[in-house]
Write a new protein. Structure first.
Length: 164
């Protein structure tokens, strides 16, 4: 029993070690089918309101109109900064590398087969809604968490100052 379990484990390990890495072309096909570029762009569209809300929630108290204006102007600047280093041109080669390091050709082929189906395409078309709702949930959770984070930061700062 023990020998057969070890043999099975070795066969599975050898099989996965011999699996062909996926080609860049197949991963590009998968990224196209999953509309990965549009998903990244949709994320940026949702990110600005999220950042604006997060900045407001992080404020230590009520903001003056000038402070509010500064916060509202900061959110699009932060998103623009993120877009500089996290645009599709930068992310796509990294995605391809990650997929190649994580999946084998059989798995990529299976994903392509799924995403070519009506159910796969329906899943992709609904993913922005899932992300939007997930982001809204994160905002809601962050608003309730922010006072605790602020208290922890204040306590930590007081400890650091008293330790001098």
């Amino acid at each position: 029993m023990r020998k057969s379990l070890m043999s099975l484990t070795l066969m599975l390990a050898a099989g996965s070690a011999c699996a062909a890495p996926p080609s860049a072309e197949s991963i590009e096909r998968l990224l196209s089918l999953t509309k990965a570029e549009a998903l990244v762009e949709n994320t940026y569209a949702q990110l600005e309101p999220f950042m604006r809300q997060t900045l407001r929630a992080a404020a230590p108290g009520p903001l003056t109109p000038a402070q509010q204006k500064a916060m509202d102007e900061l959110a699009p600047q932060l998103v623009a900064t993120l877009r500089e280093d996290f645009n599709w041109g930068v992310l796509k080669p990294e995605y391809i590398r990650i997929y190649q390091e994580t999946l084998d050709q059989t798995e990529v082929d299976g994903l392509i087969a799924f995403y070519e189906t009506p159910v796969g395409q329906s899943t992709i078309s609904k993913m922005p809604q899932v992300m939007q709702r997930s982001l809204a949930l994160s905002q809601q959770k962050l608003q309730t968490l922010m006072p605790r984070i602020q208290r922890l930061a204040e306590t930590s700062a007081k400890k650091a100052l008293s330790a001098r």
